[in-house]
Ligand binder design. Structure first.
Ligand code: FES
Length: 215
């Protein structure tokens, strides 16, 4: 038996770790994707496309142009409006100061007629003494009272003043009675009311024969 020992091979020289490891610059280098292929642009398009301006783009230019045009139009509209207002000054159309209220027999004794309230600001009232035209303006601060037939009084919604059918104030802050207007009979037999002349009870003017139409 030959038990020859094989001569041990000399151990391969171990390489230092730094040499056996792959250099980061060689293997760990990140792989960058290849840039996407640019769409092919025809040479003709390249020729016709305008060169990019470094300053204001076309879209911005159009926006500024539109804003400028709108501003110019608004200024012109304002100018034209002032010119028109110069040629057509403000005219206040007020209801006429006099109006005909119909014939006396249309008014019933004891009733308050509200037909002329909205248009002329007048209540027509007939009492046993005659017909009188009562103002619908509250003597406190000028609100329009409401006629309450059930309570036989005018009630102001603003601060609660109350007036009798005669116009005399009896509750709330109103300092004096409602005013009356001149009333007469027109040539055609109709009741004529003239708001150009008022009669105030506190001044004793309700005694004036033109403050009430005796019919
Ligand atoms: S305005 Fe009529 S009570 Fe004040």
């Amino acid at each position: 038996m030959t038990d020859e020992k094989q001569p041990e091979k000399p151990e391969e020289q171990k390489q230092p770790a730094s040499e056996s490891q792959p250099k980061p610059s060689e293997e760990t280098k990140p792989v960058t994707p290849a840039p996407a292929a640019k769409p092919a642009v025809s040479s003709a398009a390249q020729k016709t496309s305008p060169p990019q301006q470094p300053g204001v783009s076309r879209r911005k230019f159009i926006s500024w142009f539109a804003i400028g045009w709108i501003g110019f139009s608004a200024a012109m509209a304002g100018f034209l409006t002032s010119v028109l207002r110069f040629f057509f000054p403000n005219v206040l159309f007020e209801p006429p100061m006099t109006f005909k209220a119909g014939i006396p027999s249309e008014f019933q004794i004891g009733q308050v007629d509200e037909r002329f309230k909205n248009k002329f600001g007048v209540w027509m009232v007939r009492s046993p003494e005659g017909i009188y035209a009562l103002s619908t303006v509250c003597t406190h601060l000028g609100c329009t009272p409401t006629w309450l037939p059930g309570e036989e009084k005018f009630k102001c919604p603003c601060h609660g003043s109350g007036f009798y059918k005669t116009g005399i104030n009896f509750e709330g802050p109103a300092p004096r009675p409602l005013e009356r207007y001149r009333i007469s009979l027109a040539d055609d037999g109709q009741v004529l009311v003239d708001k150009g002349k008022i009669y105030q009870q506190e001044k004793g003017e309700w005694k004036d024969p033109q403050s009430i139409l005796k019919v």
